[in-house]
Design a binder for this molecule. Structure first.
Ligand code: ARG
Length: 251
């Protein structure tokens, strides 16, 4: 009889404990997390700073939006090419990666309002015979895999003339080693790469004009709306301009 009582008491304790721990995690003080995916090899939009932290325009915009939404920002660094499927699969809430709005991507994700303009430009070695975009025919073009530079160049010059790299820095390395004749990439990262490596220049003629926006899962319209609302406020109060000026010197 004593034994049975002990077992009953033990069971009661187990149930009481289970009831305590089964509280929903979402209590008032538990801050929600906004998970941002990016490819942090794209200065000044996203890069890994000297101290190992993530920095850049997209990182600070996401931080400012998260703050407005009362959320904690978490950043996942991944290949650019994986971002859209990560958004679709839900392993990230939002992709902020200097990502260009395109009709094709719009079939897979929703885009926020745009927050910056991009231009695809051509980087060549300082002594290159390539003078304008019209000279690219038959040349080997280095690109970041899955980017608009990749997509447009493959369309225009054929797959055999386009070499894909996992990020811009690797494409630039290939240009310095004469493995490609030029690199097509977004203008601000292009400026950063040219400033960091001797013997490179950007052609005056540009390749394509684009708009950057955040990618969010089609079904997550709640986040799309709150992101756009926060972004509009940050545009209106000058925060976005201030972030951009911090990383891009007006020239
Ligand atoms: N704007 C280009 C695109 O959307 C390139 C973006 C690359 N971004 C990055 N974080 N590596 O395709």
């Amino acid at each position: 009889m004593k034994k049975l009582l002990a077992v009953l008491m033990a069971l009661t304790l187990v149930f009481a404990f289970a009831a305590c721990t089964k509280q929903p995690a979402d209590t008032d003080d538990a801050q929600k997390t906004l998970i941002m995916g990016t490819n942090a090899a794209f200065p000044p939009y996203e890069f890994v700073a000297d101290d190992g932290s993530f920095a850049g325009i997209d990182v600070e915009i996401a931080q400012a939006v998260a703050e407005k939404l009362g959320m904690k920002l978490e950043i996942k660094d991944m290949e650019f090419n994986s971002l859209i499927s990560a958004v679709q699969g839900g392993s990230i809430d939002i992709a902020l990666a200097g990502m260009t709005v395109t009709d094709e991507r719009k079939e897979s994700v929703n885009f926020s309002d745009t927050y910056a303009k991009g231009v695809q430009v051509v980087i060549v070695k300082a002594d290159s015979a390539i003078a304008t975009v019209d000279d690219l025919d038959g040349k080997t073009v280095g690109v970041q895999a899955g980017t608009t530079g990749d997509i447009y160049c493959t369309e225009d010059y054929g797959q055999d003339n386009v070499k894909q790299f996992n990020n811009g820095a690797l494409a630039i390395q290939a240009l310095l080693n004469d493995q490609v004749d030029c690199v097509v990439i977004d203008n601000e990262p292009a400026k950063a790469f040219v400033a960091a490596n001797e013997g490179l220049k950007i052609l005056d003629t540009s390749y394509a004009d684009e708009d950057y926006a955040a990618a969010i899962a089609k079904e997550n319209t709640e986040l799309l709306d709150s992101f756009n609302k926060a972004l509009a406020e940050l545009k209106a109060d000058g925060t976005i301009d201030k972030i951009v000026e911090k990383y891009i010197n007006a020239d």
